[in-house]
Structure formats: C-alpha cells, structure tokens
Design a protein around this ligand. Sequence first.
Ligand code: LLP
Length: 453
Amino acid sequence: MTDVLDQQAFRYSNDSTPHLMCENVSLSELVQEFGTPLYVYSKRQIIENFHAFYATLKASGKEHYVSYAVKANSNIEVLRILAEEGSGADVVSAGELLAALAAGFAPERITFDGTGKTDAEIELALKANIHAFNVESLEELTVINGIAEGLGLRAKVSIRVNPDVDAKSHPYISTGMKENKFGIDMENAREAFIYASKHPALEVVGIHVHIGSQITSLDPFIKAARSTVKFVSSLRVKSGIVLEHLNFGGGQGIHYRNVVRHPMLPKDELGEEGEYVPSLGEFVGAVLPILDQTGLKIIFEPGRAIIANACALIASVLYTKQNSLKKFVITDTGMTELIRPPLYEAYHQVAPLELKGGPTEKVDLVGPICETSDFLAQAREMPALKRGDSVAVLCAGAYGYALASNYNLRPRAAEVLVDGSEYRVIRERERVEAVAGLNEAGLTVSTVLGREL
Ligand code: LLP
C-alpha cells in the first residue's frame, strides 16, 4: 500500500511537521507565492490517469480511444497535455470546441455533445470538420441536416440513446433514465437512425450512450452496455444500418475519501478504506468485452476520472467561531470555487497543509459567500485550525474551476500547474477591478476611491 501512496501526486512529506506536497513542490510555498484560493494541478497525475484508461484500451489492439470530456476542466494547458498524450475531446459548446482546437486536438477526434446546440455552434462544428455530433433529438437531426445542406457539407452524426438505466448516482448527475432530458429512448431511436440514413447531408457514423456521472458500481454500466449492444445488432439486422463507432460516454466514479493519508489525520466516517470504487482497469475489463461484440470502434469520454484527483483547491482560514451548537472555520474559499458540496452534497476530503499534531475537533468548514449553502465540509473532524492556516480541498480538478463563478463579485482564483519540482501559473487570478466592472466604466481603483461622495 505505501508504495502506491508514495507515488500519489498529493502526499505529505516525511518531516517532523509533515507538509502537503504536490509532486516535489510544497503547497505552503505556492500559497506564499500566489495566495489563496488557488487551484494546484499535478501534470504527472493527469498523464497517469489518462494512461490508466488508455493503456487498457490500447492493449485490446483495436482502434478504441479515450475522448476527454472537456466540460470537467477546460483549462487550455490541461487540454494541451491531454491532446499531446493522444486523447480525443468531447465538447458541448462553441467555447469548448474552440479551446479544444486551440489546444491541438485533431478535429477527427472531436465529438460535439449537448441537448441544445445552437445553429451557430452547429455551423462552426461543421466547418471545423469534427468527427461527429452526438445528436439528442429528432428535431436536432433535422436542423443539423438543414444547416449542413445549406453549407454544402455532410454532417457525421452519432445518435445518443437513452437506455433507461439507473446509474445510482446523485439524481442531479444521472442522465440515462426516461425522466432525464438526455438522448432518445430506445423505442424511438430507430426512427432517428432511419431518418439520418435517408438524408444525404447526414452520415450516420455512431451511437452514443452516457448514463451519468460519479458512478461507483459496475452494474449500471454493464446493463447499459448490454442493451446498447442489443440495439446496435437489431439496427443492423432489422434496418440494415451499419455503424462505425460506439461511444459509451464517461461517468466512471472516483474515490473522494481518504485520498491523502497520514497517521496524524483523523479517519473519516467511512473508515480507512471508504467506499469501494472500481478501478478504471476493472471498469474497462467489465464493459469492453460486451461492447466489443459489436465489432465497432469504442470511444470512452471520461472527464472526472482524468482530472479530478490531479488538483487540490487551497483555501486559507480567515476566522473561527464557536456558537452554542457548533464551531465554524471560515475560509476565503467557498461555493464560487467549488460548488459540488452544496449542489450535490458531495464529499471532498479537506487536509491541512501542515500537520502539527494535537487534538482534533468537529467543525463546519465554510466559505465567505452570503449563502447558507456555502460550505466545503460539514460536521468534519479536523485537526484544530486557526487564522492563517491553509487547507487543501482534494479532488477539485473536475467541475471545480469549470463551475466557478463571480458571485458576490469575487474574482476567479488562479490555477498553477506543477511538473516535478517546477511550477507555473496556467491561468491568472482575475483582477477585482475587472470583475467589479471598473474597466468597462473607464475607471480604476484610485479614481473610484478618489471620487467625491
Ligand atoms: N459524456 C457526456 C455526454 C457527459 O454529459 C459527461 C458529463 C461526460 C461524458 C463526463 O462525465 P464524467 O466522466 O466526468 O463523469 N458537475 C457534476 C458532473 C456533471 C457531469 C456532466 N456530464 C459533478 O460535479 O459531479
């Protein structure tokens, strides 16, 4: 166990006062240089995560590939790393498409998802000659057909089916059931495939299925794989439609508990090991043999599994206060930097940057934002924290910065990439005067401060 842990990008140093490190860089040093809130990424962890997935696919000897879901984290430097490693990109907007192209993803490895693609986005993607649109409705198919015809181009389409499988994840991130807005249910999907096969401006190249996110059991994936394989075969036999690829989506869950371990850290409520989460190898091993029955090229589009544990969000304690019921630790970081705890009741491990020993206490770790739901952790046993201490909120790489906001006119935080003993800023902290709209008004902080009231 220790061997594996020693290789983790985020781990404590062996000093008498253990320091949390990212690769060979002390997070406390980064805090001194860049301040907080701060997202810190490990390049090595991103690459390792990608290859943990890709290696198993490559070993199959087929053309299967991984198409990173850009929505999880669209920092252009993160995208560049993945493009260089040979990943494809799954995008959901014109912005993500442009970022993916700029980062160097080959257009023939870019797919365009989403229930509400605009005409302008469809036109842009057609001109970029992307691999395929993952189409979500019959009406969208007719619109893509019209736009492609108008441009004298042919749109490659893959139809997203909804297999009606319960992913058993949080209801807000389950997508593959009939009550969800995603895809076309199996009963009606055949009609969409037939429509596409009859329209010359459309080329049916694939089928797409994505049942949800942070899925920690193999069963829903196996069910979805089986019903998709059955559907592909009946499409071939009954309707004579032959596809090139099967895109099985993303959604592989990760460990959020006990990511960083140290004897001086309190154990969390689920004990040392926490919940069992299948590894990427186990996941691919369980579904690939089923999907391979189709003989099609298989695409997986993970987001979280590639980027989540490659980032820690660093927060600093501003104040502590005890009321008659509980103790609050108020940090400079909250739902504007990481909305997952309030939005999905998500658990993120919080680890002090320095372990000094001494007693632990149960606290609510909250942010500075004027919302009751602004918390990073609730009723969490933590080493005692005081003003000026910093903590790392782990596994913040997926849907962290991507869902960050300027609520309360807070500048978005900086992002730093660590590579061995080196590090650099990959996105600057936003400037408060810009966020406050001073630039547009032709004002500066000093002109505003100097103005007569
Ligand atoms: N493919 C499609 C079509 C998707 O909609 C998504 C995520 C993915 C792939 C990547 O899923 P992943 O491997 O990251 O689970 N904000 C939520 C997660 C929303 C997921 C949206 N779709 C969270 O923080 O948990």
